[in-house]
Design a protein around this ligand. Sequence first.
Ligand SMILES: Cc1ncc(COP(=O)(O)O)c(C=O)c1O
Length: 401
Amino acid sequence: MDYQPYQASMLALGQAPSVIRETFEYGNRRAKEIGRENVFDYSLGNPSVPAPESVHDSIRRMMDEVDSVQLHGYTSAIGAEGTRQAVADHINSLFGTGVSASDIYMTCGAAASLTVTLHAILCPGDSCMTFAPFFPEYRVFVEAAGAKLTVVPADPDKFQMNLTAFEQLITPETKAVIINTPNNPTGVVYTEETLKAFCDILRAKEAEYGHTIYLIADEPYRELVYDDNTKVPYLPNLYDDTFVCYSYSKSLSLPGERIGYIVVSPKMKDSRLVYAAVCGSGRALGFVCAPSLAQRVVAENISATSDLSIYRRNRDLLYKELTSYGYHCIYPDGAFYLWVQALEPDANAFCQKARDFELLIVPSDSFGCEGYVRIAYCVTTEMIERSLPAFKKLAEAYGKV
Ligand SMILES: Cc1ncc(COP(=O)(O)O)c(C=O)c1O
């Protein structure tokens, strides 16, 4: 047998940067050529609003007052007891759930929460479903766990969940479904009505197939909603067999600190065994003892968020101006993305054209949907203002305005 120096699928992943990263790197090269202020980079979902001052206060105080060996030492593999208790209390106070510290597993952001969860439950031959458009890393995470990702086509009308297509595509091989609301890339928040109908289907299919179908709620944008009447239902209250994969990357603007958690709903069938599988998966993947300083920081700032009003202001400005130039935009209730129909059928060609005006936006294809672009408005309001003439010229190039 031929000796293979590395895993071919890993090599392929390492050599194929995502289109989002490629766009970001192009922006860095372009900034060197023409100056950062002349490049309008809307590629990355990197929070532009600083972490709350209370987070900085916590870090400063801990550095001064907490014993260094304690502060920087390993915590329990599943996370510090105090942090898990703070997380559980917070969830219970918000959603009226009966979660305990022993249902929480601390991780390194939503990415680790997802990979740990998926490895805990998926087996070769299983299918995991998700709804287009979706966060492209889902495919990487699901396939790395040995399963197949089945994509439910988008509902091109409102970008809610396409439940008709879901019912047609679900099979006895379906072990799990990942959903993400508020959604990256559309900014859409799935309505309670849609989610209830979806959970009814899941329950019916569990009964029909005679096995558990797990719901994985990927929730890094839970707090990023901009209108008082927009509610983000808590999925464990709608469906028992639910995992919540949460992250503080966006709500506290701490993406570099790599901190988040998994909730294994105590209402889930065999939840203690499933939790043990999550612990095993975290161990196998090396996601144990989540960053210790960050665990203490989130426990102390459990109800805090960054100043999200800045994203609301950005959303309002961009949506209003782009629609006035003739772009068809999906109104985003949450997250910090605007989903805009490309002005030609090929979104990749449209994004290349946008580069003529120094606008860096991401084509929809890698999100599992054609003909749209994602504009990440987690940027300064001032950059949005300066970029508006470029959006207008781009529209004019297609005969709009
Ligand atoms: C939908 C979605 N899930 C998961 C992640 C990963 O988040 P984290 O940085 O917490 O790992 C992201 C990051 O942008 C995301 O948009």
